[in-house]
Design a protein around this ligand. Structure first.
Ligand SMILES: [Zn+2]
Length: 747
């Protein structure tokens, strides 16, 4: 006890306990003693400690360390000091669970061990150091977050970077949050919810990069070699879902999954009940996927419910459905597609409508066509204030039969009239061989088909897990004109993307186990409703024309050799996607799920790979540049070469100039493309404006409403951007550039 009765000696004990063995001069330096003049005084103190068997020295290294007794005594000193501080009310900590409590060093030790597996001894010494330093700083507003920052800094100083990664906090700087709130309207955020979710986006994106993906993949994303779409929801949701309406219409599954949260008809008896179940399904699923959901065979599966109803009654129900649908998904950035069959496919015709019925879908063919035509009509109408319904996106599936039957031709004509008005129909040509028995395009333009097992496992109750986009120009810059290097680097990046998608599949399996995807995990005839292993991962690309132009010096929209290289690159992507060690469904696509080209182009500019001044963002959602005029005929030919290679997603967006053609002209083109071209998905897009002041619709883009001259922010422009019909209130920079710069055609 007398050895402890001196401040310097107590300090020496604490110092060695915290910092490990130290030499004579190291200790003196830390005590701010002069090695010459104070040596005698210090030597006396050190001897006293050694004589009391608290400290001993190692002859080999000349360092002093604590005996077991010394360690106990040092801990005792810490305990006393802490108790005194607590009593005096010093070092109060605001915790993340919103309490104020006295500083407790043990909590640091516990966190280091629990969160980062730090060895106990090391955790002890770090916690002591943190306490000492915090004490000296006399911080007035001490928070748990600040202590964490402090501990992290100590870890970094000691070269313990890996531990620090596990202990770091995810989130946003105060400044960023302030900016988001203040600039919300400018950034196209239209509600507090959207602002709120941005903070979550930031956390989950960082979490994905820091914790979930191997460093190679995270770095490839950050450096811009690839782009991980939906990074904000990557650890939580799949990208989209292709539903199967049948179990909800025949009462096998309630539309919220459990039947416990929303009122449920179970087996609906009327069209109204059936549409209500469909809406519940969409509402539930809109929290479970990132991009889109689609209702395959919509008019076939609902046909039994319209039997015996008049057109007027059906139209009225469908109108309510479309209104409520748009209200239900408003604010979620979700699109909903309906797949409409111009003639019910053969594999459905003989299936029973439900288990207890002798009726088959084939008994309701006329009703299914009636339903199709009436829904198209409703979608073609405007709402009460004169504007377009953004959802559902109609996908009209054109079969060979439809091109030669009255019913089919009438359906196509109806759709073309809507195209003439709103330019929002998606034509799905089922005729090319590679479309298989059933090709299912989702509202995010991803594509699945029955080439995977059969039409059920291949195209319903599954979806796209997610989409990784490859920056092709980056590969070109690295290849320096060498073909082999180009293909080799391409292979590496496809492999990397596949690795990421395999991880994504495991992530969704885990979320199903965590019970975080209600409805999707509900059991239905022996498997969960959402079939994760039948769902696809998409590998997409941007900048194909730019990559080829850099590699060959030639423009693929003009030069045949350059076009050949474009084809070879996409063929290779397709081949590399197919080579899979694990049986995962990987598909190539030229569709990105979010605007990606701008980010990747900017990264290439900032790393000096490309001259910044005159560069437009790389081409996205197309295999030829969209800003350069290429005749429609030529584009159709090129498109036909590429769509059959990109079976994970494609869409030929034919944006037309004003004056817009008549619906008969559009109809002729739709028929001709379906009969003769090797094109699976296409659409004619119209640009128009809606004036929120006078309700006028005007063709083309102008600065003022031609009817009332209004020019404020209730004047909306509409066009199809990256495959989605979007009003200008939803455009960011990339969308605005796309809307203003891309080529328009004359028919
Ligand atoms: Zn107006």
């Amino acid at each position: 006890m007398s050895a402890l009765s001196n401040e310097i000696r107590a300090e020496v004990l604490k110092m060695i306990s915290m910092g490990g063995p130290l030499s004579f001069t190291e200790i003196m330096e830390r005590l701010n003693m002069n090695p010459k003049s104070d040596a005698g005084k210090f030597g006396y103190h050190l001897r006293t400690l050694i004589d009391s068997e608290l400290v001993t020295s190692d002859e080999a290294t000349g360092k002093y360390y604590l005996t077991l007794l010394g360690q106990d005594v040092a801990n005792f000193i810490y305990g006393v000091e802490e108790a005194v501080r607590r009593k005096k009310g010093e070092m109060q900590v605001r915790t993340s669970s919103l309490t104020i409590e006295p500083f407790d060093r043990k909590k640091i030790i516990q966190a280091l061990i629990r969160e980062a597996n730090v060895p106990r001894k090391l955790a002890e010494s770090i916690s002591k150091e943190a306490e000492e330093r915090l004490k000296k700083l006399q911080i007035r507003y001490l928070t748990a977050a600040l202590i964490r920052e402090f501990v992290n800094a100590i870890l970094l100083e000691k070269g313990l970077e890996e531990y620090r990664h596990s202990l770091t906090r995810l989130g946003q700087p105060v400044y960023d949050v302030t900016l988001t709130i203040e600039n919300a309207a400018y950034k196209g955020l239209s509600s507090p919810n959207e602002v709120h979710s941005l903070a979550g986006d930031a956390v989950y994106e960082e979490y994905m990069l820091l914790k979930l993906l191997p460093r190679t993949i995270a770095d490839a994303h950050l450096s811009g070699a690839i782009h991980i779409n939906n990074a904000n929801y990557w650890v939580l949701r799949p990208a989209d879902v292709q539903h199967d309406l049948r179990p909800f219409l025949n009462g096998e599954l309630p539309p919220d999954g459990t039947g416990l949260t929303v009122p449920s008809h179970y087996a609906p008896k009327s069209l109204r009940g059936a549409l209500y179940a469909t809406l519940c399904l969409i509402k539930t699923s809109s929290g479970l996927v990132s991009n889109a959901q689609t209702l395959p065979f919509f008019n076939v599966f609902l046909a039994p419910f319209v039997s015996g109803m008049s057109d007027e009654e059906i139209r009225s129900e469908l109108r309510d459905f479309v209104y409520v649908l748009n209200a239900v998904i408003n604010g979620s950035n979700m699109s909903v597609g309906v797949q409409l069959e111009t003639s019910p496919p053969d594999f459905l015709v003989n299936l029973p409508v439900n288990k207890s019925s002798s009726l088959r879908y084939g008994d309701f063919i006329d009703d299914s066509i009636r339903l199709l035509k009436l829904l198209i009509e409703v979608i073609g109408d405007s709402d009460g204030s004169g504007k377009v319904f953004l959802n559902p996106a109609p996908f009209l599936k054109i079969s060979r039969k439809a091109l030669v039957t009255d019913a089919g031709l009438e359906s196509i004509a109806k759709a073309c009239a809507v195209t003439q008005k709103w330019g929002n129909v998606y034509y799905i040509n089922q005729n090319p061989e590679w479309q298989t028995e059933n090709a299912a395009y989702n509202a995010d333009l991803s594509r699945l088909d029955s080439g995977w097992k059969d039409w059920e496992l291949g195209t319903i109750r599954n979806g796209v897990l997610d989409n990784i986009t490859i920056n092709l120009p980056r590969i070109s810059y690295a290849a320096k004109g060498n073909d082999d290097r180009l293909i080799e680097r391409l292979r590496e990046l496809v492999e990397l993307s596949k690795e990421a998608l395999i991880i994504k599949r495991q992530v969704i399996h885990n979320r199903m186990k965590d019970k975080l995807l209600p409805l999707f995990q509900e059991q239905l005839s022996g498997s969960p409703y959402y079939r994760v292993d039948e769902s696809a991962g998409i590998v997409s690309f941007i900048g194909l024309p730019e990559a080829v132009q850099y590699h060959t010096g030639l423009d693929p929209s003009e030069d045949a050799e350059a076009l050949k290289l474009s084809l070879r690159i996409v063929e290779k992507i397709k081949d590399f996607c197919k080579e899979s060690t694990q049986s995962i469904r990987i598909l190539p696509s030229y569709i990105t799920f979010e605007p990606t080209a701008q980010r990747l182009t900017n990264l290439d500019i900032s790393s000096g790979l490309v001259e910044g001044k005159s560069v437009l963002p790389y081409t996205e959602h197309s295999v030829l540049p969209l800003s350069r005029p290429v005749p429609l005929k030529k584009r159709l030919q090129v498109e036909a070469l590429f769509q059959k290679l990109t079976l994970g997603g494609h869409f030929f967006n034919i944006r037309l100039e004003e004056p817009f053609p008549t619906s008969e002209m559009i109809c002729n083109h739709v028929k001709r493309i379906s009969e003769t071209a090797d094109i699976g998905a296409f659409g004619f897009t119209r640009d128009y404006m809606y004036c929120g002041k006078c309700g006028n619709i005007a063709a083309g883009f102008e600065d003022r409403c031609p009817s009332c001259s209004y020019s404020g922010d209730r004047l909306l422009k509409y066009t199809r951007i990256y495959g989605r019909c979007l009003p200008s209130t939803k455009w960011g920079n990339s969308e605005r550039m796309f809307a203003m710069e891309t080529q328009r055609f004359m028919l």
